[in-house]
Design a protein. Structure first.
Length: 161
């Protein structure tokens, strides 16, 4: 690998910037699909997707030799579950193994924490992510809370540990 994976604080400025970039990307990908939402659905979806700092077990960044952030992922506790959240790889860093390295870091940390599996929620407008998750050993599961009501067409996955 020509980059490193670092464990950083959830409020690390590079992590915050990458999450903002992810928000823009997801808004663009799903804007049309969300256009017919009933009143209040966008707010409910935002709350379902919210990751609160006290839930975060680990934040990982992939960092280039010059210190620039190439990718980001969170591991959070969602009740009794361990959930991979907010995975992003910058466009310039794609096809370098960044997404796989970040996914592996989450799986390793969850295993160290005693998790029996890692779950995640994604969607059909993210084909790159879906391919990565399949290659990393994630398999489909039913949509789980808190996404059932606001994103019933989500694609959800698990990786048993």
């Amino acid at each position: 690998m020509d980059f490193t994976v670092e464990h950083v604080a959830v409020d690390d400025p590079r992590a915050v910037a990458l999450r903002a970039l992810l928000d823009l990307d997801l808004d663009e990908r799903y804007r049309e699909a969300d256009a017919d939402d009933p009143p209040g659905m966008a707010e409910e979806r935002t709350e379902a997707l919210a990751v609160h700092a006290e839930q975060v077990v680990a934040t990982f960044l992939a960092v280039d030799a010059d210190g620039s952030a190439l990718g980001h992922v969170l591991l959070r506790r969602l009740g009794e579950e361990w959930e991979l959240k907010r995975l992003i790889v910058t466009e310039a860093a794609r096809r370098r193994g960044v997404g796989r390295a970040l996914t592996d870091a989450v799986v390793r940390r969850a295993r160290e924490g005693g998790a029996s599996r890692v779950i995640l929620q994604s969607g059909r407008m993210q084909p790159e992510s879906l391919a990565l998750y399949a290659a990393a050993g994630f398999t489909p599961i039913p949509v789980y809370e808190p996404y059932v009501a606001t994103m019933p067409k989500s694609l959800c996955f698990e990786r048993p540990l």
